[in-house]
Design a protein around this ligand. Structure first.
Ligand SMILES: *Cc1c(COP(=O)(O)O)cnc(C)c1O
Length: 379
């Protein structure tokens, strides 16, 4: 049976990217590798829409988040975070760990923070040094309007803007320079169509000045100061994941060939069709501001998550993601982030139909698949 992964990280890896990583290892100080890293640096700037450095770190996305917090802030620094799900919560945990002074703004799961609300928080906390946002909150499949949020924050305060773009980069329009973000992070195993293991971090001029001016704080491997210094020479401070960087070069080449605007449009199209397919099967959508990376759906009444998940895997070869925390066993999440196309959406909705039918859920067979096809045909 063919196995199909519909999880928002890890995501499927294209064959040519896998093949590029099967070549014999090369040394990271070898000019051949320096050239590859230089190309990766340039293509990452294209991806993030920036002329600022985007550094490659050998760690998962969370390592990138920790690197940003620990490189920019120290004990006592007040930082505002938005907790609208698991990953916004993680920003808060990191801030508490490194500064002990976190202003955590709670937002109900499935909703996004509004610019008005963040400005209100900043008015109450004019001494905030930073604001941490999540562009696409993967746990709730919800996207925030980062462009408006950045504009509102910039107008209201001098706080640095840190964006967790881990499932947004490559799925949602994002313009680092134009929108005025200071940090944006993604991970290799999300929209970049790669295995896990790399964090990519864009750093603004303003953030770079602060990082370079800081001294004597407890930080080593995840230091952005070290990473930025090496970046300027197309180098890395420590042995990088050479093989992954070679794969990343190929993945970025594919994204650039498709064109970033087309990549964003493809994700919007697949997400819209996925939502239509789910609704046509009588299922309710979870998010009021749906992400283009992942679609969270309420499990139909009476359907047991464990049995549903087991059947979907065993009979249809499909892996979807579970709900988290309060929503475990109540919602599930279908990813369309990265290496997916129209026929993949027909496959996942078709598989859902087989599984739900076998569990006695009432709907007309083919209704979901037809809705997906119509969504694509009608644009
Ligand atoms: C996956 C994810 C992370 C964590 O990344 P890891 O690579 O698992 O460390 C952080 N934020 C968001 C929004 C994510 O989707």
């Amino acid at each position: 049976m063919k196995k199909r992964l519909f999880t928002p990280g890890p995501t499927p890896v294209p064959e040519n990217v896998m093949l590029s990583m099967a070549a014999p290892i090369i040394h990271h100080r070898n000019p051949e590798f320096v050239e590859i890293l230089a190309q990766v640096h340039e293509d990452l700037q294209y991806l993030f829409r920036t002329t600022q450095p985007v550094v490659v770190m050998t760690c998962s996305g969370t390592g990138g988040m920790e690197s940003a917090i620990s490189s920019l802030f120290g004990p006592g620094d007040k930082v505002v975070t938005v907790n609208a799900g698991k990953f916004g919560e993680r920003w808060g945990t990191l801030v508490r760990t490194f500064t002990g002074n976190c202003v955590e703004t709670m937002v109900p799961w499935g909703e996004a923070i509004s610019p008005e609300r963040i400005v209100e928080v900043l008015r109450e906390h004019p001494d905030a040094r930073g604001v941490c946002l999540t562009h696409s909150e993967t746990s709730t499949g919800t996207s925030a309007d980062i462009q408006s949020l950045c504009a509102a924050i910039r107008e209201a305060s001098d706080a640095l803007i840190l964006v967790d773009g881990i499932t947004a980069i490559g799925a949602h329009e994002f313009r680092f320079d134009e929108w005025g973000a200071d940090i944006c992070i993604t991970g290799s195993q999300k929209g970049l169509m790669m295995p896990p293991g790399l964090a990519l971090i864009a750093v603004s001029e303003r953030a770079k000045d602060i990082i370079e001016g800081r001294k004597g704080h407890p930080q080593f491997y995840l230091s952005l100061k070290k990473a930025l210094k090496s970046h300027a020479a197309n180098d890395t401070p420590f042995t990088p994941a050479v093989t992954l960087i070679i794969g990343l070069a190929e993945a970025l080449r594919m994204l650039r060939e498709e064109g970033i605007e087309n990549v964003w449009a493809r994700h919007a199209r697949l997400a819209a069709a996925c939502r239509k397919g789910c609704e046509a099967l009588g299922m309710k959508l979870f998010s009021s501001s749906p992400s283009f990376a992942v679609t969270p759906v309420w499990l139909p009444e009476g359907v047991d998550w464990k049995q549903f998940n087991k059947t979907l895997k065993a009979d249809n070869g499909i892996t979807v993601a579970a709900g988290q925390d309060d929503f475990a066993g109540r919602i599930f999440r279908i990813s369309h982030l990265g290496y997916y196309d129209e026929l993949d959406m027909l496959a996942v909705i078709g598989g859902l139909e087989f599984t739900l039918k076998s569990m006695g859920v009432p709907f007309e067979i083919g209704a979901g698949v037809t809705a997906v096809q119509k969504a694509f045909l009608e644009g």
